[in-house]
Ligand binder design. Structure first.
Ligand code: 6PG
Length: 253
């Protein structure tokens, strides 16, 4: 059960759920429908997963009934929105988290799972190769960027999405699809998709849980944080907030 939160002033469609568990359920239900629509229309579902802690509940929920059986996992094509410069078996790796919570529990063909190799010494080269993979595998949006069916994102307390951190050059990339990013907490070195890729997607989903996210949400409305640059040109922007995040946003100065 979700309440509409459009009075919050956020752009797009806003769902406010009472708890993190309800948020995971609502997002899982939405994602299952979306993946089925993409399968019917395109024959596959191309999604970029996000790291951080908020999506874990969603990923775990997808491995349980009814989603485990109902989703056409073999049609999924999995990419990542960002990755930290650690090996894929490091607990801080976004791939590692997604693998543990979701990918190791569902029958997505391994060759359709494309992690970002951010442990490589040359991040520029790794970024160029991942950008080429996106461009060669996906169709193009009108502006030329590769078009994912869905980009999942979390929201940092400073308003970052993917590894697009405030004040970094990665925010300004216009003709590159993946670039090295720099975080303001460890692991500092990152790979990240760029805003042109995020904004070329058919749907962008922001998962936001907890009172600590109130100021960042307010920053989106005020246009002062990187997440304010998310506005899919030919797609939809959908927010799943829990009540704590929504309340803290309303209370934020
Ligand atoms: C990462 C992320 C990052 C994350 C936000 C929110 O690698 O850290 O992909 O963009 O989604 O920082 O993280 P939480 O969900 O943990 O608050």
């Amino acid at each position: 059960m979700s309440a509409q939160g459009n009075d919050l002033g956020l752009p797009g469609i806003v769902h406010v759920l009472p708890t993190p568990e309800a948020l995971a359920e609502a997002a899982a239900s939405w994602l299952a429908r979306e993946s089925e629509e993409s399968r019917a229309e395109h024959g596959y579902f191309a999604i970029a997963l996000t790291g951080g802690s908020t999506p874990k509940g969603l990923y775990r929920r997808l491995t349980e009934p009814p989603y485990r059986e109902a989703v056409a996992w073999a049609t999924w094509m999995v990419f990542f929105g960002d990755e930290r410069a650690v090996p894929p078996d490091d607990p801080q790796s976004n791939y590692h988290m997604a693998h543990e919570a979701l990918l190791s529990h569902v029958p997505i063909p391994p060759e359709r799972i494309h992690r970002m190799e951010a442990e490589r010494p040359d991040l520029e080269e790794a970024a160029r190769e991942y950008a080429a993979l996106l461009a060669d595998t996906l169709s193009k949006a009108p502006g030329g960027a590769p078009r994912l069916h869905c980009v999942l994102l979390g929201l940092g307390e400073n308003g970052h999405v993917a590894s697009l951190f405030p004040g970094t050059p990665a925010l300004e990339a216009q003709r590159r699809w993946t670039v090295p990013g720099r975080a303001d907490y460890a692991p500092f070195e990152r790979l990240t998709v760029t805003f042109p890729v995020i904004n070329a997607a058919q749907s962008v989903v922001l998962l936001v849980s907890g009172a600590a996210k109130g100021p960042a949400l307010r920053g989106v409305v005020e246009g002062t944080v990187p997440a304010a640059r998310v506005h899919p040109a030919g797609g939809v922007l959908i927010w799943f907030l829990d009540q704590a995040a929504a309340d803290a946003m309303r209370a934020a100065p």
